[in-house]
Every structure is written in C-alpha cells, then in structure tokens.
Design a protein around this ligand. Structure first.
Ligand SMILES: [Fe+2]
Ligand SMILES: [Fe+2]
Length: 261
C-alpha cells in the first residue's frame, strides 16, 4: 500500500502548489492514500472549513494538524462533524475532534494519529509517548498505523521512532518546515523521518516573507508574518510503501519538488 504524506502546507502558495502537483504525484507513485499536515493552510496559521473541503476535493484523504490546530477559531464548529481532519491527540485542554482516526478501506485499515511534542513547544500537552502507548493498547488495531509527530526537536522525534519501532508503520515528523535527510526504515519495520518539510514559498523563512521574520528575530521589531503567494514554491513530502499484511514499511522515498515562477 502506497501512502503519500505531505508536510505542512503553508498558505495560498502551499495550497496552490498541492493543487498543481498532487494528481501527478499520485499517478507517478501509484498512491492509495494521501495524508497532509494542514496546520498552516489558512494564511499560515490554522485551517478554515472551506480550505479543509478544498483539500479533500484536490485528493487529500486525511489532514493532520499541529500547534496551530486552533489558530482559526471556526475549527471548533466543524471539526466534530469532519471525518478527515485530526487534531493533536495529547492536548491537555478539552477540545472537540479526535487525535486518532481509523480509516477502513475495502481490504485494509489505516490508522492516523497526530501527536504534539514537548521540547521547545509552547502548548502544554500530555506525554506523547504515554499517549501513543495508550492508543496502541486501547484503540482498535489497524493494518497500517501512521503517526504524525509534530515536534521541534529532532532528538524527541528520534525517541518516538525508536521507542515504537515495530509497533507502528511510520513515525513522521512535522513542524520545522525543513525536510531532513534521515528517511529510513528502522530495524523492526517502522519508517522514520525527523521532518517531512513544508509546501509553500521557497525564498521565505519557513514559508513566510523573510523581511518581517528577520526584523523580529534580529531586531525584536513587531510585525505581521505574511505568506508570499507569488514566490517560487517547494513541495516536501514522503512516499511510504507499507506491507498491509505485516504493517511494516518496505520503502520510504522523500519527495522535494521546486517550482520556479
Ligand atoms: Fe507548521
Ligand atoms: Fe507547527
């Protein structure tokens, strides 16, 4: 079973880049199921209902989130009725929606879980390792289980991969918006990558226009971060080939497309 996992989609630039490329990628890699991280879909923070629906129309099957899960407040009103969007499982506060979903296909089932890391992250969350253990012990077993671990620190992400090697099909990192070169299959069959990367403006900083970010980081000046819609684009993703009989990964192929405008 071939799964395409797309990193954080940032703003209009990211949405349009997905629209331009998704059908081609699905065909090229014979993709059966598409997961995308959608925490930055609407103007770089959060995701509104219309953008959620449009991503599904474009061909995404399941959207995961991250620390910006509630940056657009309307998500509270639609997430409970939306079957294809998953917010972080380990939130401390009460929030609608769910953090792990089982998709039942004709032949095989796929579970997708979204967890937030704790190192260098502002959101106070429950222990993500305990939470994944809890899901494995108490939720219905799936043939394939993909974990989007939305976290800042590579070490914390490596801990998640090694701690659950052989118990889930893949641990894929998101959040840093920069694709790492460490895609691999761990000894017991779990596909691992510290960060899948992002989809959006190529010449900015993590998808935002660079000037405002430099002003903030260098000079401590306030300013709004904005997505550059007209910039060149990058599409970062990863293709997983999972044997549904065993749940083990057979291949992991990073995807990194640049589009000049
Ligand atoms: Fe992000
Ligand atoms: Fe994030």
């Amino acid at each position: 079973m071939k799964i395409l996992f797309i990193g954080d989609i940032v703003g209009k630039n990211g949405r349009e880049t997905v629209e331009r490329n998704l059908a081609g990628l699905k065909k090229k890699y014979q993709i059966d199921f598409v997961i995308a991280n959608g925490e930055n879909v609407t103007h770089g923070k959060g995701i509104i209902y219309n953008h959620y629906k449009n991503l599904l129309k474009t061909g995404v099957d399941c959207i995961t989130l991250g620390n910006h899960y509630d940056s657009k407040s309307e998500i509270k009103d639609y997430i409970d009725g939306a079957t294809s969007i998953i917010r972080p499982y380990n939130l401390e506060k009460e929030f609608p929606g769910t953090g792990t979903v089982l998709y039942k296909g004709d032949q095989y089932s796929i579970r997708v879980t979204n967890l937030l890391g704790r190192a260098f992250m502002e959101e106070k969350v429950k222990n993500p390792f305990d939470c994944l253990k809890e899901i494995l012990e108490h939720e219905e077993r799936a043939d394939i289980h993909i974990v989007d671990f939305h976290a800042e620190a590579t070490g914390e992400k490596q801990c998640m991969g090694w701690a659950f090697d052989g118990q889930v099909s893949a641990v894929l990192g998101t959040h840093t918006h920069v694709q790492t070169r460490d895609a691999r299959i761990l000894p017991n069959g779990t596909a691992f990558m510290s960060d899948v990367g992002m989809v959006g403006a190529y010449n900015g900083i993590l998808g935002d226009k660079k000037e405002a970010v430099i002003n903030r980081v260098w000079h401590d000046l306030p300013g709004r971060f904005e997505v550059d819609d007209r910039d060149d684009s990058v599409l970062s993703a990863v293709v997983l080939d999972i044997d549904p009989e065993t749940g083990r990964a057979q291949d992991i192929i990073p995807v990194y497309l640049l589009e000049k405008k």
